[in-house]
Design a protein around this ligand. Structure first.
Ligand code: GLA
Ligand code: GLA
Length: 705
């Protein structure tokens, strides 16, 4: 696969030139080939910018409908002074926009958009469907969702609607359409957010019927469904589609997985009505998203995001302080939904109001957290919310301006950030994160493991983040993508717990390895098929032949098991898979020490070369030390560059590339320290050039070369 080889040469060369070094083979000889390679071959793309939507946006969630118009001006003046260049408005303003059915009142919103414009503040419009008005609920009670216990939700909070209800979809679509008619050509409106944090399903009879119809369409015959779900088990066999229930947690695994897929498709369909309504009237420069919630998994985010122009998420720490590894993985997860730069559509101005202890982030931490997002490919950071509402459920939440309309202490920190964003915008324009390493995320696998963890401590997101963290600490950039995403751009692909392997994923992974890629499968991989049935081969199912080994048995562990081998000596926790080697050229990397007898001396990790590529299976939950060594081994085997290896562990390093530049962003989450840069770079925030940088705790450095 020549493109693959050429493009990976291209990237290592960049890194050699840029002062990063490469482990593994020396590829300098390939210089002449490398310059032919388009940088795009590795890119996750930047978002297209438009006149009022630049590459670095600072925003606030503003609720003009909650305040007398006479106060808008002072709010907007304070925003402008803090360099805030966009507001998101209207996402809960349905009762103000349509106080009676069909009576659309959008002139106040137009005045708000114009008032913002006077202060050079662009607008993202939210459609209000997460908060239906009382008249709607009263007149169309069928639009209220049915909770899991069979009771109806009610007015007085939000998200009380039924996402599968046709009437609700129609009414939500209409208000979106009215908004788009009015603002689709508005030059100060730069984008749209559909709804707000999709979350709640509905479990009523009408939804159940839709689910049954969805299954009928998918399986065609009940015989097929019964066979694929093994419904002979516990006499679950269905004689009629109408017998199929909704199960959220304890049902047949095939039923559970299909319900989640139905939920995902139904959110997609719900969203599509509003998307189409907006797109029919809006100029394409007004890009459309919905604000997602990181690792939240009530629906498959790849299914739902595919129709959007860009992905965004709401980044809350909640309690405690920023865990920059996990948070970084969440940014990368969001960037991976559409493999493009993304937005942080909401983040906490210091603290939230919904945790057990809503402590504030420290002074400086909010700014560091914002730069952390930018380092991972965000093009915007928006604070929720601008000003405390006088009443409503969130009176204690962090803000930038108090109910009295004057700044809280954090305002100055955000103002500093705003000034920095202005300085850095042109440097970051056209740049994105480019990775040689991908970690695979798969919703089916996460659901399947979570329904049957077998060891309650086993958390598939922790599994993913643990590999991610060790890999990122060396490579400084990792993509998190679906198991069906294009992989030929990566030197290394790691699938931490790819429990469900669909035929499309099998094909993708096999093609990748046979094309010279290096694939690492983690525990619990390749156990289930697309119906959440056990494969009739042992793990890793259809990839067993390629691996030349299989999992003979898995064990939930009561205590740690010793490990020894190429990655030194350490301990495995929680879960252990005993691997049986079948092919003579499959090499054992690690073995278990004395444990439950069954595992003693048996293979814990194996690898096999396949042409220029390889496939590796790790059956143990490695401790931190071993995982670091394993990560270094993976990078070395696959020829991935190690970037800025001397930087201490509590400093986050990110690199964005594009337009012939590299932007290196550093945040220090530990004590003050001086960090040597791998070459002389331009200091974007302070001016001049630097070969090293001294960072206080929560200090930030932005450099370009
Ligand atoms: C009980 C049930 C069996 C099976 C086992 C599993 O004994 O009778 O059908 O579910 O538990 O441990
Ligand atoms: C979510 C919602 C916002 C607000 C914040 C508070 O992200 O989208 O409307 O409730 O939480 O943290």
């Amino acid at each position: 696969m020549p493109t693959f080889l050429i493009s990976f040469v291209g990237l290592s060369l960049n890194n050699i030139e840029s002062g990063c070094y490469s482990v593994g083979v020396n590829r300098l000889i390939a210089f002449s080939i490398a310059i032919l390679v388009s940088a795009q071959s590795f890119a996750q793309a930047p978002l297209p910018s438009s006149p009022r939507r630049g590459p670095l946006m600072l925003g606030a969630a503003w609720y003009p409908e909650q305040w007398p118009e006479s106060q808008w001006e002072s709010d907007l003046a304070l925003m402008e002074a803090a360099h805030i260049n966009f507001v998101r408005v209207a996402e809960f303003a349905w009762s103000t926009m349509e106080p009676k059915e069909g009576d659309y009142q959008l002139d106040w919103l137009e005045r708000a958009v114009r008032a913002a414009e006077k202060h050079h503040i662009a607008v993202v419009l939210g459609t209000p469907s997460a908060a239906p008005p009382a008249w709607l609920t009263q007149k169309y009670p069928e639009t209220l969702r049915t909770k899991e216990d069979g009771r109806k939700d009610e007015h007085g909070n939000r998200q009380q609607f039924d996402w599968s209800n046709a009437k609700y979809r129609e009414l939500a679509g209409k208000v979106a359409e009215k908004m788009a008619e009015k603002f689709g050509h508005d030059k100060n409106v730069v984008g749209w957010q559909i709804d707000n944090e999709y979350a709640n399903e509905s479990y009523g009879d009408a939804t159940q019927k839709q689910f049954q119809d969805w299954l009928k369409k998918k399986y065609g015959s009940l015989d097929d469904l019964n066979r694929r779900w093994t419904t002979a088990y516990w006499s679950e066999t269905y004689q009629d589609w109408s017998q199929i229930p909704i199960e959220e947690r304890y049902g047949n695994p095939g039923l559970l997985l299909n319900w989640k897929e139905f939920v995902s498709d139904t959110w997609r369909g719900y969203q599509k009505i509003q998307l189409d309504a907006i797109r029919a009237h809006a100029e394409p420069r007004q890009i459309i998203t919905t604000n997602m919630m990181g690792w939240f998994d009530a629906y498959d985010h790849y299914t739902v995001s595919q129709d959007l122009d860009f992905a965004s998420w709401d980044n809350y720490v909640g309690s405690g302080h920023l865990d920059f590894v996990r948070n970084g993985a969440t940014h990368d997860l969001t960037r991976g939904f559409l493999r493009k730069n993304f937005w942080v559509m909401e983040t906490q101005p210091g603290f939230v109001n919904w945790h057990a202890n809503n402590n504030s982030l420290d002074k400086g931490e909010v700014r560091a957290m914002a730069w952390h997002a930018i380092g991972h490919g965000s093009e915007a950071v928006e604070y929720w919310q601008w000003r405390s509402a006088l009443n409503g459920q969130e009176q204690y939440h962090g803000v930038l301006v108090g109910a009295d309309g004057t700044p809280v202490p954090l305002y100055d920190e955000v103002k500093q950030l705003g000034a920095e964003f202005e300085k850095a915008a042109s440097v970051l324009a056209g740049t994105t994160v480019k990775s040689e390493v991908a970690v695979l995320n798969d919703y089916e696998s996460r659901w399947a493991v979570n329904w049957q963890r077998h060891n309650r401590a086993y958390d598939p997101v922790n599994a993913l983040v643990s590999y991610y963290g060790s890999l990122r600490a060396l490579a400084r950039s990792v993509d998190v993508v679906a198991d069906t995403a294009p992989l030929d751009r990566y030197k290394l692909v790691v699938a931490p717990a790819l429990n469900v392997l669909t035929p499309a994923a099998v094909k993708n992974l096999e093609t990748y390895v046979r094309g010279g890629g290096h694939l690492v499968l983690g525990q619990r991989s390749g156990m289930k098929d697309a119906d959440n049935s056990l494969y009739s081969q042992r793990q890793p199912g259809p990839l067993t032949e390629l691996l030349g080994a299989r999992v003979e048995q898995w064990y939930a562990l009561e205590k740690d098991v010793p490990l020894e081998g190429d990655w030194g000596a350490g301990q495995g926790a929680m879960w252990a898979e005993l691997i049986g080697v079948k092919a003579p050229d499959t090499k054992v990397l690690m073995r278990y020490g004395k444990s439950n007898g069954w595992l003693d001396g048996q293979p814990a990790a194996v690898t096999r070369k396949v042409g220029k590529g390889s496939i590796t299976y790790i059956g143990a939950w490695l401790d931190d030390g071993e995982r670091k060594k394993a990560a270094a081994w993976m990078l070395s085997e696959s020829g991935v560059s190690v970037v800025m290896p001397e930087v201490p562990e509590d400093v986050e390093v990110s690199v964005r590339e594009g337009e012939g530049r590299h932007v290196v962003i550093l945040e220090n989450f530990g004590d003050a320290k001086t960090i040597a840069l791998p070459r002389e770079m331009t200091d974007v925030l302070k001016g001049g050039t630097a070969k090293s940088v001294t960072l206080e705790k929560y200090g930030v450095g932005v450099f370009r070369y």
